[in-house]
Design a binder for this molecule. Structure first.
Ligand SMILES: *Cc1c(COP(=O)(O)O)cnc(C)c1O
Length: 373
């Protein structure tokens, strides 16, 4: 089979080729069952074994403590912007750190259910840096503090989660980790709840992962739909209603792929994290050294996953941006167009992107500089 193009989509995004091949091989007849996974009862023995293995492998990969539930839900990241306040706020106070487009959306949605205060906002710097933790205005009696640990559009990432206790804040931290979950470990001692849609780094759209600490469930507002009440979902082991079965199966294969992944003498999550670091360094170094291209994010919070970049100064025209994208496609470098709200280009280099994909992109940047610089 000829090599597939390198796909830089921000989401739904590329999946490991080995996983896609296994899905294809098992499509009509999963492991001798005579059924596709899509055709199985979610309560039957076959699917139960798939779901249990997925959860076990995920818990293992991320070292999720036993006092956290892992929920397989539907609705995506945006639905969680409503589901989390309905479950955690008790109609009270919610502090949100706005570090880019996605956390801004989270603040807006939470306002429908809770008294929301923006603890800090990076708007003045056009979301090219993170508001310094010491400047956050946290309220003593907030039900929780929300942040987006990787801003997919702005390309800004928390490389370390804040220690709220050290700031004198006892509220649990909620993180939207949609676009970098499983790219690195999570420090669970600093987190009360983490959520993320699967389609960026884990599997097909339609599956949403929620990790929630045991003591935070059971307080849903009465308006919360039963299917979105964390307690109901947890007690039914994510089977209160039909879960996104195919997504759980594909995600499970991705988890197995990650566990077996090796790179630079490491295995599993440590190996994928190291490769993510190497890919990001390679790309940022090329952009920083380029006379033609630039990334505008402060060096201490550049995302390892989503790298927005632009043509510099007078080169930054629609015509040249379009020429770049057309040339990229001819080279089998797909979906590099920037988000519509910010323009330019964006390379999303999630777990499934091999080092060779970033090397090919860097080679193209250099060729483009030679031609137009
Ligand atoms: C993509 C994304 C979302 C939205 O996810 P949907 O599944 O489309 O609802 C939310 N937050 C972040 C950080 C994202 O990258």
């Amino acid at each position: 089979m000829s090599q597939r193009p390198f796909n830089f989509s921000a989401g739904p995004a590329a999946l490991p080729e080995e996983v896609l091949q296994q899905v294809a091989a098992e499509m009509l007849n999963w492991q001798g069952s005579g059924m596709s996974v899509m055709e199985m009862s979610h309560r039957g023995a076959e699917f139960t074994s798939i779901a249990e293995a997925s959860e076990r492998d995920l818990r293992d990969l991320l070292q999720v403590p036993s006092n956290f539930h892992i929920l397989f839900m539907q609705g995506g990241g945006l639905a969680e912007n409503a589901i989390v306040p309905m479950n955690l706020s008790r109609g009270g106070k919610v502090d949100v750190v706005v570090s880019g487009s996605w956390s801004k959306k989270s603040a807006q949605e939470a306002r429908r259910y809770a008294d929301v205060s923006v603890a800090a906002d990076g708007a003045a710097g056009r979301y090219t840096s993170l508001p310094p933790v010491g400047s956050w205005q946290l309220r003593k009696d907030a039900a929780y503090v929300h942040l987006c640990s990787n801003e997919t559009i702005d390309g800004v990432e928390f490389h370390e989660l804040p220690d709220l206790k050290a700031l004198g804040c006892d509220a649990p931290l909620v993180i939207d980790c949609s676009s970098h979950q499983l790219s690195r470990p999570i420090d669970w001692s600093r987190v009360g709840l983490a959520f993320g849609g699967a389609q960026k780094n884990i599997g097909p759209a339609g599956l949403t992962l929620v990790f929630v600490r045991e003591d935070l469930i059971g307080h849903a507002m009465s308006i919360c739909p039963s299917a979105f009440d964390f307690k109901t979902v947890a007690e039914a082991k994510s089977m209160y209603n039909t879960p996104p079965t195919f997504g759980i199966y594909v995600a499970g294969l991705v988890f197995k792929w990650l566990k077996a992944f090796s790179y630079a003498g490491k295995t599993g999550l440590a190996a994928i994290e190291q490769r993510n670091i190497d890919k990001a360094q390679l790309l940022y170094a090329a952009l920083d050294a380029s006379p033609l291209f630039e990334n505008r994010v402060a060096t201490d919070c550049r995302s390892r996953m989503n790298v927005p970049f632009y043509l510099r100064g007078a080169f930054n025209t629609d015509t040249l941006t379009q020429a770049f994208l057309t040339g990229a496609k001819e080279r089998q470098l797909l979906q590099l167009k920037g988000h519509k709200s910010v323009g330019g280009m964006r390379a999303s280099i999630y777990n499934a992107m091999p080092l060779e994909g970033v090397q090919a992109l860097v080679a193209y940047l250099k060729d483009f500089e030679t031609q137009y610089g």
